[in-house]
Design a protein around this ligand. Structure first.
Ligand code: ZN
Length: 273
């Protein structure tokens, strides 16, 4: 029976309470939402944190507080962002990894223009440092792919020893500045990664459900949550992150697959014991 991993991305760096009053921003709100998502079937929590004004931050203490609150409640796999603030230094983007040692963390495999407004910088020397930090601390990188060239960056870093196969890729479709959220693009990206890889994908905004269905059909894992969508459906704000997870779990079961538990996801992704 195929097991599908659901990642919940509850917060992200951008959505505000104005976009959706239900987006969790404080450590307590995030931990509660993650726990509800875990009960609904999420095996991985992709975590961003916010400062006291609600802005995206790489503040190590906020990450520590949030992760501690989640761990009190459940054994969901913790996947920390390394890209929670476009102005953070290379060191600030890794400090929380060294203190928390999460099982996973995001690895954005290239730079891009972000939302037609700013630059999302992931310079070569930063990616080399980050890859080495993750190897040293036994953190599995989630290779975030916003465009096809980023896959070739990842393959270069594998050759260089900065990244170690088998890799887990996360295809981000529909971010302004990145590749558009179409099924053709998803098939194209999926066919570029080595066969020993695992992968997941999601579409931002209205392509969310079509990309989820295509991902399930193609053998991938999925990601849901308010980092990617504050609307549950057209004209309907999401009530919680768990609401997305419940729908995703139902769709997985309708396909005849099973929802992976955190333990099963650890096995599938080869996470450290
Ligand atoms: Zn993120």
């Amino acid at each position: 029976m195929r097991k599908v991993i659901i990642t919940v991305a509850p917060t992200g760096a951008w959505p505000t309470k104005k976009d959706n009053p239900n987006v969790p921003l404080t450590p307590k709100e995030i931990a509660e939402d993650v726990y509800e998502s875990y009960k609904a079937g999420a095996a991985i929590a992709h975590i961003h944190v916010r400062d006291d004004e609600g802005k995206g931050t790489m503040n190590k203490e906020k990450f520590e507080e949030t992760v501690a609150l989640i761990k009190e409640k459940c054994d969901i796999i913790i996947n920390l962002t390394t890209s929670g603030d476009l102005n953070a230094t290379d060191e600030e983007r890794q400090a929380h990894l060294k203190s928390i040692r999460p099982e996973m963390a995001s690895y954005d495999c290239g730079s891009m223009n972000w939302m037609h407004k700013s630059v999302f910088l992931n310079a070569p020397d930063f990616l080399e440092k980050l890859g080495k930090t993750m190897q040293e601390y036994h953190i599995k990188p989630e290779i975030e792919i916003f465009d096809a060239g980023m896959i070739y960056n990842a393959l270069y870093y594998v050759k260089k020893g900065v990244l170690k196969e088998p890799l887990h890729y996360q295809f981000v479709l529909g971010a302004p500045g990145g590749i558009a959220a179409t099924v053709e693009n998803l098939v194209f990206l999926k066919n570029l990664i080595p066969p020993n890889s695992t992968w997941s994908a999601f579409g931002i905004g209205k392509a969310h459900i079509p990309i989820m269905l295509a991902t399930l059909a193609l053998g991938g894992h999925i990601r849901v949550g308010m980092e990617d969508n504050v609307m549950f459906a057209k004209g309907q704000l999401a009530e919680s992150n768990a609401q997305f997870v419940v729908r995703a779990a139902n769709i997985i079961r309708e396909c005849g697959y099973e929802v992976a538990t955190p333990e099963e996801a650890r096995e599938i992704l080869g996470l450290r014991k």
